[in-house]
Design a protein around this ligand. Structure first.
Ligand code: MG
Length: 398
């Protein structure tokens, strides 16, 4: 069934203190109305949106509506009271010559910007289930008490009491008829008007965050809420990359054969490692792990062995470059872990120096760098002492 949202933004909002009218106040940099529009615009069950505004707010409305043009019908100028504003909005929908009135309408206060999609879901589900009206509401949980001259007066039994929110949703023809018939009966919401017109309105669960911004204190709370919600949405996602490399024992690219470069440290050995660069198998695996975490190819793509400039190159440049790519994406490298696989040379005496060197190259604390070593029990090419293999992982927050 075609469902449209009618958003009421025509109130003066006199309790909200100084500043622009309530719907146009900014919360964490975005206006209340823009947030409310977004709640409906991104819901797949809502076809069109229309807003009832005050004539004097037209310019403010234009700014708040930016980005929603494809879903918004032209705004309607409201009346002196909310009830009249809603009726004028419904009449405009009824008179829409282009696509005609919707079958369902969700009437919502612009001043409730944190409407969760789940409440719209429940509202539409109730109408789809045959209800002629549905009202978002929350059961009263606080102890209710009448005030008597600012003193605690008698308790009010809260059993069966609900606090009505919006959206309040109806079969379009039914609520339009109620507004026309009862235009002279003053009520505070559409559920009450519907009830008086004999329309059964089903209570559905609202949401605590769907609060109506009324007082300066409400706006202060909403500002914090909006910042918190958006901060959480923007919180970084951990990504883990993996790398693997092998180099064969032989003469180093610089002609020496008295050491191997491992994790940035020259480790004395009876032979070097063959390779185009310094053949630092540990830094190569780490570089690929970092590139993997940002899904940006591999070391061979960034530093082609065919390019003479990398001949004999110190591999710290490769790792530093990969870490720089993380930063360029707004990410942060948080952990590196490398395992060297060989029978000889013995790695353990060099682990501390390797951790310090990797930490310095990658710009992370040593506590975020792990260097491990294992033999392969005499099996395979590493077991036959033909070369050294390394595996590595890198953790990045993006
Ligand atoms: Mg390599």
């Amino acid at each position: 069934m075609r469902a449209h949202a009618l958003i009421v933004a025509a109130g003066a909002g006199q309790r909200a203190g100084d500043g622009p009218p309530k719907p146009y106040r900014a919360l964490a940099g975005r206006s209340v109305l823009s947030r409310t529009l977004a709640a409906f615009a991104r819901h797949p069950g809502i076809d069109r949106l229309r807003v009832v505004i005050r004539a004097s707010d037209a310019a403010l409305y234009g700014a708040a509506a930016r980005g929603f043009e494809d879903r918004l019908d032209p705004p309607v100028t409201g009346g002196a009271e909310r009830q009249e504003s809603v009726r004028l909005g419904l009449e405009a929908m009824a008179a829409d010559g282009l696509c005609g009135p919707p079958e369902l309408v969700l009437i919502h206060d612009a001043a409730r910007p944190f409407l969760p999609a789940a409440v719209i879901d429940r509202t539409l589900a109730a109408l789809g289930d045959g209800a002629r009206g549905a009202c978002a509401a929350l059961p009263a949980v606080d102890t209710l008490r009448r005030a008597e001259d600012a003193l605690c007066g008698e308790l009010v039994d809260r059993a069966g009491l609900w606090r009505a929110q919006t959206p309040q949703a109806f079969r379009f023809d039914a609520i339009l008829g109620a507004h026309r018939d009862l235009a002279n009966v003053a009520v505070t919401d559409d559920a009450e008007l519907a009830r008086r017109a004999g329309i059964a309105v089903r209570l559905i669960d609202g949401a605590p965050e769907n609060l109506k911004l009324t007082t300066p204190a409400d706006f202060a709370f909403a500002e914090t809420w909006a910042r918190g919600a958006e901060g959480a949405a923007a919180s970084p996602v951990p990504r883990i990359g993996h790398g693997y490399d092998v180099h064969k024992f032989g003469e180093n690219a610089d002609g020496s054969s008295d050491h191997v470069m491992l994790c940035g440290v020259a480790v004395p050995h009876e032979t070097g490692l063959l390779g185009h660069s310094d053949a630092d198998v540990g830094l190569h695996a780490l570089t690929d792990a970092v590139l993997g975490a940002v899904a940006d190819g591999d070391i061979g793509a960034h530093f082609p062995p065919s390019e003479a400039v990398w001949r004999g190159a110190s591999s710290d440049r490769f790792l530093a470059h990969a870490v720089g790519l993380v930063g360029a994406r707004g990410g942060r490298l948080t952990h590196l872990d490398v395992t060297l696989i060989c029978e000889r040379p013995k790695i353990r005496p060099h682990v501390a120096a390797m951790r310090a060197r990797i930490a310095a190259i990658a710009g992370v604390p040593e506590s975020a760098v792990s260097v491990k070593a294992t033999t392969s029990e005499g099996l395979g090419f590493t077991g036959r002492r033909e070369g050294i293999a390394a595996t590595a992982t890198a953790t990045v927050l993006l």
